[in-house]
Design a protein around this ligand. Structure first.
Ligand code: ADE
Length: 231
């Protein structure tokens, strides 16, 4: 039977999804708890990756190697970067790039050494389904599709946000895990899709906006989108 992984970085992003899995069994691997159960009759493994690229990569590798998942979906929040990507909007990633990766001058800026690319695409059909689910779950919410960038930094100043917009003008939003999971999924040939609700604008107000959003909205949005995806 197909096994879908649902990943979030923080408890605030996944709490309402876990509440939908009454028959889960919990297994601890690599310091994380993996909830194995069912949602709408489908086999699901839900897990909190923790924050950052290394934590996300470890989680994705365990999901594939130990739990045999055949698709990974990430749901969580991101900082809006491009003009018009505002708090409360939803972004479904078409591709991910690591904005803090720099092996120049040996390799071009952002290129993942020895992969010959600076970005990994998400799975097309799974991303289509995820975008359709987000629109059904959150009617009237603005949905964006495109490049999302990841790095081990919480971007929380106007100047850093402006810099990222200038050097990576295609980037819709910034977060801290997606590019790592995309690379692991590329390595294993496992389809990956990611949806992020915009919690802040990665600017001087990001800290307060993020904290408020994850406390009040993030988990509800994730659960609604996951339910729409599986129903
Ligand atoms: N996730 C949500 N908001 C973010 C930000 N401003 N920077 C990095 N990751 C984020």
């Amino acid at each position: 039977m197909p096994r879908l992984a649902i990943v979030s970085a923080m408890h605030e992003e996944l709490a309402a999804v876990l509440a939908l899995m009454p028959d889960e069994s919990r297994q601890a691997v690599a310091g994380r708890e993996f909830w194995v159960g069912h949602l709408h009759g489908q086999e699901v493994v839900a897990v909190l990756s923790r924050i950052g690229k290394v934590a996300a990569a470890t989680t994705a590798a365990v999901l594939v190697e130990r739990f045999g998942v055949d698709r990974i979906v990430f749901t969580g929040v991101a900082g809006g970067l491009a003009p018009g990507v505002e708090v409360g909007h939803v972004v479904v990633a078409d591709a991910f790039l690591q904005h803090d990766l720099d092996a120049s001058p040996i390799f071009p800026r952002y290129e993942v050494p020895l992969y010959g690319t600076d970005r990994f695409a998400t799975d097309g059909p799974l991303s289509e389904r995820l975008a359709a689910a987000a629109q059904r779950a959150l009617p009237g919410t603005r949905l964006h599709r495109g490049l999302v960038i990841s790095g081990d930094r919480f971007v929380s100043t106007d100047s850093e946000s402006r810099h990222l917009q200038a050097v990576l003008p295609q980037a819709l939003a910034v977060e801290m895990e997606g590019a790592a999971i995309a690379q692991v999924c590329h390595d294993y040939g496992v389809p990956f899709a990611a949806v992020r609700t915009v919690s802040d604008r990665a600017d001087d107000a990001a800290h307060g906006d993020f904290t408020r959003f994850v406390r009040e909205v993030a988990s509800r949005h994730s659960a609604a989108i996951v339910q729409a995806l599986l129903s």
